[in-house]
Design a protein around this ligand. Structure first.
Ligand SMILES: [Zn+2]
Ligand SMILES: [Zn+2]
Length: 120
């Protein structure tokens, strides 16, 4: 038996730290742009939350954390999620936990800016 160490080369997008096999893919990711940060920690926002029980309900809450930027994924996925295509990297905004009106469990989730509105 012989021990073989294989070297692999990957190309990393400096923006989202995703590794790609092909240099052209990493460059494409990197050049695809970053969304302008729409909200900051502590901003009050409103959105629609989805509880694991299936209930959807409107919430108003403060942003706890902004994470990213993440690779936004293929345009088809963006459209399916109701997001504006054209920007390669998005931030996610974590909104404080709110209570599901149906099952009373606490729901906390992160949303893209396109799913948030400035709260009253
Ligand atoms: Zn990227
Ligand atoms: Zn629920």
């Amino acid at each position: 038996m012989r021990k073989i160490v294989k070297k692999i080369v990957v190309y990393r997008c400096e923006t989202c730290r995703t590794d790609y096999d092909r240099r052209s893919d990493a460059l494409k990711c990197e050049r695809s742009g970053v969304e302008k940060r729409a909200y900051r920690k502590g901003d009050l926002v409103r959105t629609r939350a989805q509880c694991p029980c299936g209930q959807r309900f409107a919430i108003v809450g403060f942003i706890l954390k902004v994470t990213g930027p993440y690779a936004a994924g293929p345009e088809s996925l963006l459209k399916a999620r109701g997001l504006k295509p054209g920007t390669g990297h998005l931030y996610l905004y974590q909104v404080e936990a709110c209570r599901c009106p149906k099952c009373k469990s606490w729901v906390s989730a992160s949303y893209p800016a396109a799913h948030l509105e400035a709260g009253a």
